[in-house]
Each structure stands twice: as structure tokens, then as C-alpha cells.
Design a binder for this molecule. Structure first.
Ligand code: 6PG
Length: 259
């Protein structure tokens, strides 16, 4: 697993634009090397701001959108089209404006006749991930190129909350989450083992309400107390912050070239 690297941007708008530029390059490079790319999306304001910045970036057309696999790190277990669903928000911010191949867009299931509860939805998503994993991925989920995560003020990532059962999961790749402290209470989430299959994990945090969480997760806290600390990529773990979210980082971690 990779050691976290930290990049601090002046404010959250610049952070979203720089992350979008970084993501465009990453996807273009992966497509040039292998013909396709895979990205795991996150819910939350910072993840959506990144998608909106991507939609507005002229260089977005460098991406072959029909050869991009999209997955979700977590989803709010609400009916399809609900404005609070992460995928509804992602569609509005970006997905409805680009030429994606619907077969490559892997929404997490919504409640319906087949997926009565979040546990059934999680099981179905785990099977979809397993079916997409190739032998060279050496595991039950694809080795995603980039997995995006927002960081909560309590250090949660995806729908893995401090001290909740989900953060202790070592076997399953996707779980149903019940009693989430962040509404809505019922969710579906990748687990830390699934997150750690990604080549690159990018964590996004902006605003002063994130400063304590960022400092805690980067200062040696355990993943049960600080789930963000357990989110690492096999090749790279990148914390993308604005100045306010970086304000409580120990000086030893604060990158030299930061504003
Ligand atoms: O479904 C969700 O709500 C998320 O996926 C969640 O993990 C989110 O990313 C963080 O809470 C950060 O959210 P903000 O970027 O809005 O602070």
C-alpha cells in the first residue's frame, strides 16, 4: 500500500478544477496504455464539484467517454432518480452530458423487487464487481485506475463510519449500511479491502470543518477510529485539500510548496 501524498490548493474551487484536470490526464493516459479506464465516483459536495469542473473543462473531450468504466464507492439506498442519490447528482453534474457507454456505467442498485434491502443490493454489486475483475486484477474487484472519496468531518469515507461494523469488514467487498450517522440512514458501500484494490485512491476534503478529521487521519490514527486512514491505493494515495482543510496538519506533513 502506498504512503499518502498531500496537495494543498488555495480554495475549494481551485481544488475541484485541479482535481478535474488531474483526472482527465489520468484517464487519457490509462486509455492510451490499455484502451480503457476505470474510475470509482464518490457522493458529497467535493466529489460533485469535481464532476462539475470536469464537465466545464475544455480538455474533457480528450477522454474517450465510451471507453470509461464508472463505479460508485457508496450510494444512498433511495429510489432510482431520487435527488439525494449519489448517482442522480453525478448525472446532473456530468454524466448526462458526455457519451458514456451505458453498459460501462455501474450504478449501485436502488430499492426494487429484486433488491429489497441494502444487503441484497450490496450482494448484487459485489457480484457485478467480481464479474468485471480480470485474472490480472488478482482479486474480487477490478484494480480501478482512480477511486475518489470525499472525507467526512468524522473521518468517514464512502459509507464507512468510525467504529461502525462496516469499517471492520475484511471479507466482503460491498456491504449494506444501516443506521448511518450521515443521512439517509440506509446505504450501500464498498469496504476498505475493495477500496484498497484501486491503483490510486484520491481523497478530497475542503473547508475548516474537515481540518480535525484530515489531521487525525494523516497522523497515524487507526482505520476503525478514522476510516479515511485506511483508504490507500496500491500505487498512490493522494489527499487533495484546500487550505482550510489542511489548517491543522502537523508542520512535518504540510507540503513545502503549498500556498
Ligand atoms: O454519500 C455520501 O454522502 C458520501 O459518499 C460521503 O462519504 C461523502 O463523500 C462525505 O460525507 C464527504 O462529503 P462532502 O464532500 O459533501 O463533505
Amino acid at each position: 500500500m502506498s504512503t499518502p501524498q498531500i496537495v494543498v490548493h488555495r480554495d475549494k474551487e481551485l481544488m475541484a478544477q485541479a482535481a478535474a484536470a488531474r483526472l482527465i490526464t489520468k484517464i487519457v493516459d490509462a486509455q492510451a496504455a490499455r484502451g480503457c479506464a476505470s474510475v470509482v465516483l464518490t457522493g458529497g459536495r467535493n466529489g460533485n464539484a469535481l464532476l462539475a469542473a470536469l464537465a466545464a473543462a475544455p480538455a474533457r473531450d480528450a477522454i474517450d467517454w465510451s471507453r470509461l468504466d464508472l463505479w460508485w464507492g457508496d450510494e444512498r439506498f433511495l429510489p432510482e432518480g431520487d435527488p439525494e442519490r449519489n448517482d442522480t447528482q453525478a448525472r446532473e453534474a456530468l454524466l448526462d452530458r458526455v457519451g458514456l457507454d451505458p453498459a460501462r456505467v455501474h450504478f449501485m442498485p436502488a430499492p426494487d423487487g429484486t433488491h429489497e434491502d441494502a444487503d441484497a443490493a450490496a450482494e448484487a454489486y459485489a457480484a457485478e464487481l467480481a464479474a468485471a475483475a480480470r485474472p490480472e486484477d488478482h482479486g474480487p474487484v477490478p484494480a480501478f485506475d482512480v477511486l475518489l472519496l470525499g472525507v467526512g468531518p468524522d473521518t468517514h469515507v464512502a459509507s464507512l463510519f468510525p467504529e461502525h461494523p462496516g469499517v471492520r469488514e475484511t471479507e466482503r467487498t460491498v456491504i449494506g449500511v444501516h443506521g448511518s450517522p450521515k443521512p439517509p440512514p440506509t446505504r450501500v458501500s464498498l469496504t476498505l479491502p475493495a477500496i484498497r484494490a484501486a491503483r490510486e485512491v484520491w481523497l478530497l476534503a475542503a473547508g475548516e470543518d474537515k481540518a480535525t478529521a484530515v489531521a487525525m487521519a494523516l497522523s497515524g490514527a487507526g482505520e476503525v477510529q478514522a476510516p479515511a486512514a485506511g483508504a490507500r491505493g496500491t500505487r498512490r494515495t493522494l489527499w487533495l485539500l484546500d487550505q482550510a482543510a489542511a489548517a491543522q496538519l502537523p508542520r512535518s506533513l504540510y507540503p513545502p510548496a503549498s500556498p
